[in-house]
Design a binder for this molecule. Structure first.
Ligand SMILES: [Zn+2]
Length: 401
């Protein structure tokens, strides 16, 4: 029997990790050592290059690691995959650097990391035995317990493992290879479906998302009062004091909580979209150009745009759509909010002037975002906004006067 061909994906499960009190201390100790090794390897690469004009390869550095392990008990106690993981990471940052140089971008040279910013133990390779039930065991590290609230795939599918320490919070990223999980197509005949199965999505600041069928997701409002308060309490503490250190940790925890909250919210949204629509079109965003870095001086707009987290939304949509066998396109965003979705006429006025789109030609009146969403749908999937010939347009002009 023929089995339908499926693609495999790498899927990351991030779980919170727990270990003993001494365990946390041990993880911190290993992290510090890894950070040292990272900086050493960076320096070695730089020095070899300066000395004989040649780059250092990862494999030569791994030989150096063997020497280090011969000399020091500490490194022998830690699994080879942990220390090699550091070199893999160095290699990756160099590769990224050279790739960007080649592409004519302006990359920054890989930097030394202070230990506060070295927060993740990455393994060079994994074995199925590292995850047993809810316990993670890596040589040289304490046993880490996780409490997944969903079933994890079989550990034979484990592809990568990362252990992160963010303040006092331990996280474990488990990367598994999984087969594509194609969803059943959205049923057109379904009685309770209050929307089309094909959708164009416009993103904006007034409404976070506007769907071409009229649905909207409202603007994201973040309560920052707690964050502000914590920040103020930091500034009241004396520099270098214990109290200040604690206040910084509390602030970091609050920040992280908000990050996770935001990510989860995006996940709920994108999952719902992928479940409800068969074909999805969005505009291709150049967020860089819109934010302050890109030259815009309007800080207010910049910030509220950032908070809508469109980049994350689209990224999630992209892979979830692929995962579920849905179709996803990004369309040219030019004039989507200035074009009439009924007759195709382009309005030339400045954007900020009107909230409601009124077509000067055919008189079509629609919410600006909804009109844009309809244009995006049409560009993405060719769904007709009714088209009119030139002659018909002329008649329409007369009618609207
Ligand atoms: Zn029109």
């Amino acid at each position: 029997m023929d089995t339908p061909q499926t693609t495999t994906f790498h899927k990351t499960y991030q779980e919170r990790g727990y270990c003993s009190r001494t365990g946390y201390a041990r993880i911190r100790e290993v992290l510090r050592a890894c950070c040292w090794l990272y900086n050493q390897s960076l320096e070695q690469r730089k020095n070899t290059y300066l000395a004989d004009g040649k780059g250092m390869t990862m494999y030569r550095q791994m030989k150096g690691l063997t020497q280090l392990r011969k000399e020091q008990q500490f490194w022998r106690d830690i699994g080879l995959t942990v220390s090699r993981g550091v070199l893999v990471r160095v290699d990756r940052s160099f590769k990224a650097f050279f790739r960007r140089v080649k592409a004519g971008e302006k990359p920054g040279y890989p930097r030394f990391k202070p230990h506060q910013r070295y927060q993740c133990i990455e393994l060079a390779s994994v074995t199925a035995g590292m995850v047993k039930g809810n316990r993670i065991k890596v040589k040289g590290l304490p046993v880490i317990r996780i409490r997944p609230n969903r079933e994890l795939p079989d550990s034979s599918q484990l592809k990568a493992l990362r252990i992160g320490m963010h303040g006092r919070i331990l996280t474990v990223d488990l990367v598994y290879e999984e087969e594509q999980n194609i969803l059943a197509p959205v049923d057109m005949e379904q009685a309770d479906l209050s929307h089309d199965t094909v959708v164009g999505i416009d993103v904006g600041v007034n409404e976070r998302m506007t769907f071409s069928d009229g649905n909207t997701v409202s603007r994201r409002v973040i309560d920052r009062s707690r964050e502000t308060k914590l920040q103020q309490s930091i500034s009241r503490c004396q520099r270098g004091s214990n109290r200040r250190r604690k206040a910084v940790a509390t602030f970091a925890r609050e920040k992280r909580r908000n990050t996770v909250r935001n990510r989860n919210e995006c996940h709920r949204l994108t999952t719902a979209i992928v479940q409800n629509y068969q074909k999805i079109a969005v505009e291709k965003l150049a967020i860089k150009n819109m934010s302050r870095k890109g030259g815009s001086r309007k800080r207010g707009l910049n910030r509220s745009m950032m908070e809508q987290a469109w980049g994350m939304l689209f990224q999630q949509l992209r892979y979830k759509a692929e995962w579920a066998g849905r179709q996803f396109v990004e369309v040219d965003p030019r004039y989507t909010s200035k074009t009439c979705s009924r007759c195709g006429e382009v309005r030339k006025e400045k954007l900020a002037v009107y909230r409601v789109f009124v077509c000067p030609l055919c008189g079509y009146t629609e919410d600006r975002d909804l009109n844009a969403a309809k244009n995006i749908l049409q560009r993405g999937w060719g769904y007709p906004a009714q088209s009119f010939s030139r002659a018909e347009k002329d008649i329409l002009v007369q009618l609207s006067i």
